[in-house]
Design a binder for this molecule. Sequence first.
Ligand SMILES: Nc1nc2c(ncn2[C@@H]2O[C@H](COP(=O)(O)OP(=O)(O)OP(=O)(O)O)[C@@H](O)[C@H]2O)c(=O)[nH]1
Ligand SMILES: [Mg+2]
Length: 231
Amino acid sequence: QRPAAIVSPIAGTTRDVLEVALNIGGYPVLLSDTAGLRDTSDSVEQEGVRRARQRVEEAHLSLVVVDLTQLPSEPQRVPVFLKEHLRSILEHPTLGQESVLILNKSDLVSAEHKQRVESSLQMEADLPLVCFMSCHTRDGLEDLLTLLQGRLKILCGDPLMGSPSLTQTRHRILLQKTAQALQEYGQYRDLDLVLAAEELRLALGSLGRITGRVDPEEILDLIFKDFCIGK
Ligand SMILES: Nc1nc2c(ncn2[C@@H]2O[C@H](COP(=O)(O)OP(=O)(O)OP(=O)(O)O)[C@@H](O)[C@H]2O)c(=O)[nH]1
Ligand SMILES: [Mg+2]
């Protein structure tokens, strides 16, 4: 929630991809601000748009920011306008499932207009999640963060559920042993291959007791094959 990008009234200000690491509800997020996806004759901006599209392809979630004041004045025309807009900027229609539509500059429209636009979008099944906000007044920012947190929970899994969290003492101890053995391996690696290999075996053994997937013979075969040590 700090200013990171250059902001100006001139369209086409952002060209390079600007990345900021964020913590949203405990999830580590890499947020990329890109050039706006629009047709342009400026070759530098064209490169910015190409990079932006590439980033959209790679992203787990894309936030599409639209200026509320640029939407049709009749609210009933807004859903079709937004669908066409999304189709024109997102090459793959399935991206609609992984995007959030942010209608920005809510401070510049009346509360009634915002309400009417919101109602016109409520029944739309084939639009992404929609969020109203104002970067100027910060209105809607908390709602956006809550919405993102919900999406991240689905994308990354709930850390309070399932196996990845270290809830069992046995797992914690075995992981500590794994880390310790890997550290020793690092120290022996350039000094003594046999001791280094033994530490690797110990590390895999500890890890394997959690995952249940260790085949020492297979690992030893690999070590002996790669390091040419006689069996
Ligand atoms: N009133 C109002 N103005 C805003 C808001 N958000 C951004 N602006 C203004 O809109 C203009 C464009 O903002 P930018 O952040 O540069 O927009 P952008 O989408 O990154 O644009 P490009 O980098 O050129 O693609 C600036 O003059 C901002 O001050 C808002 O919520 N309310
Ligand atoms: Mg920008």
